[in-house]
Design a protein around this ligand. Structure first.
Ligand code: IFM
Length: 457
């Protein structure tokens, strides 16, 4: 299963292997060259929000180590790099003046990738909203969607000619529910009403962003990156099955429905629609413009049961026990089969375009010992999920590539630097990078695809 040659032989020659990161998690240099604070700068500096009160001030110092990190990516032999652009570097106040120095940084990044013959997959929003926009209500304010559109247009005008693909958003589930309902991510809101506003404004921003991208770069493949939950009912009972269906609508349907069908799920609307912001004429058409691809970020399944509590709010579910006690260091159940079940389920429900696995990986916190990091469980995790991906391809699903999360250990949001997802280890005191066992293995796998001419075996 983990022999790179045997695994590689199960993929078509044009399948893309890549690595992924996000701006706030690796860049550091938060106060340099005109960048202004994002909501994550504020949130991580507040007591009690992020483990150890870690912040992104230095992170992996990628901003200053760009060329070395691009060499590192090249040395892994991958064909593509997925990164995100920091809105607070480009339009530091969210609206108003454009910061040329911010654009210059991403110019260097994209040119550096081109020079190394690595495809550039950019994400426009991976959670670092300019803090100034909170003055209007951040993602709960419709105005933010228009500010995002202008930001998207600005980035595309400068970089679009050299990108290979662009995503409007990364994991809107996190920037909507996790950030506005569950309070775990910035801005740490815990209100259903705020979350419902953030939901529609985010979906609208996605649609406005697609229009801006198409206007500037009509030939650039545009997509969105979603982290759909694969939801298993805790039991066969009618109640639990219905709970799983509600959970699907709440966690997935509110993004897939608008984007791929132009509508919110009916059950969701009848339960919570009255608390949503006004859906203006034309909004749903804006949101549901055709996409060229979508990205799936998958780590672990969700298991739910019916919440019997009186007055329980939609989706009225409780967590059900995991079926496997194999867990990563962050406590997430390892269950590769759910990736297959998820792709089959969403394709059965929606007409979806080509799909990239834009993130998949595992938190294991092994240290460097004698110059090496033996992270065999991560290697196994990636191999098992790739094996499921190969099965999906054999079944005819249009899976076009896989990006390991992550290129290197980085700022893991509310977990700070405690949780390590990299296939490259980062010593935060010295910034020394050490390729882990999984990274060496990933390089062997990627090497089987020289310029995409691998023959399926
Ligand atoms: O680190 C995150 C990433 O920013 C978004 N997807 C999940 C990863 C692991 O939690």
């Amino acid at each position: 299963m983990t022999d790179p040659k045997i695994l590689a032989a199960r993929f078509p020659g044009d399948f893309l292997f890549g690595v992924a990161t996000a701006s706030f998690q690796i860049e550091g240099a938060t106060k340099e060259d005109g960048r202004k604070p994002s909501i994550w700068d504020a949130f991580s500096n507040m007591p009690g929000r992020v483990h150890n009160r870690d912040n992104g001030d230095i992170a992996c110092d990628h901003y200053h180590r760009l060329e070395d990190d691009l060499d590192l990516i090249k040395s892994l032999g991958v064909q593509a790099y997925r990164f995100s652009i920091a809105w607070p570097r480009i339009i530091p106040e969210g609206t108003g003046a454009v910061n040329e120095k911010g654009l210059d940084f991403y110019d260097r990044l994209v040119d550096g990738l081109k020079r190394r013959d690595i495809k550039a997959f950019a994400t426009l929003y991976h959670w670092d909203l300019p803090l100034a926009l909170m003055g209007d209500g951040g993602w709960t304010a419709r105005r933010t969607a228009y500010a995002y559109q202008r930001y998207a247009k600005t980035v595309m005008a400068r970089l679009g000619d050299r990108l290979d693909a662009v995503a409007t958003f990364n994991e809107p589930w996190c920037s909507v529910w996790l950030s506005h309902l569950y309070g775990i991510h910035a801005p740490g809101e815990r209100s259903m009403d705020a979350a419902l506003h953030a939901l529609h404004v985010t979906n609208l921003a996605h649609g406005l962003g697609v229009a801006a991208i198409r206007e500037e770069c009509p030939n650039l493949p545009v997509g969105i990156v979603i982290n759909p939950m694969h939801i298993y009912a805790g039991s066969d009972s009618v109640d639990d099955q219905a709970a799983a269906e509600r959970a699907f609508d709440f966690h997935n349907g509110v993004f897939f429905g608008p984007v791929f069908k132009g509508e919110y799920p009916e059950n969701f609307l009848s339960a919570l629609g009255g608390r949503m912001p006004e859906i203006e004429d034309g909004d749903m058409a804006t949101i549901s413009q055709p996409l060229d691809w979508w990205g799936v970020n998958y780590y672990t399944p969700m298991r739910v049961g019916h919440d019997p509590a009186e007055g329980a709010e939609f989706p009225a579910t409780v967590s059900a026990a995991p079926v496997s006690d194999v867990k990563t260091d962050i406590g997430w159940e390892v269950f590769p089969q759910a990736l297959g079940d998820l792709i089959r389920t969403v394709n059965a429900r929606y007409a979806l375009p080509d799909c990239y696995i834009t993130e998949n990986g595992a938190a294991y916190n092994m240290a460097v010992e004698n110059g090496a990091v033996d992270d065999q469980p991560r290697l196994d995790y990636i191999a098992e999920h790739l094996s499921v991906t190969a099965d999906l391809i054999a079944e005819g699903y249009p899976m076009k590539g896989y990006f390991a999360w992550s290129l290197m250990d980085n700022f893991e949001w509310a977990e700070g630097y405690k949780m390590r997802f990299g296939i490259v280890h980062v010593d935060y005191a010295t910034q020394v990078r050490t390729i882990k066992k999984s990274g060496h293995w990933y390089r062997q796998l990627a090497a089987e695809f020289p310029k995409g001419n691998h023959k399926a075996g």
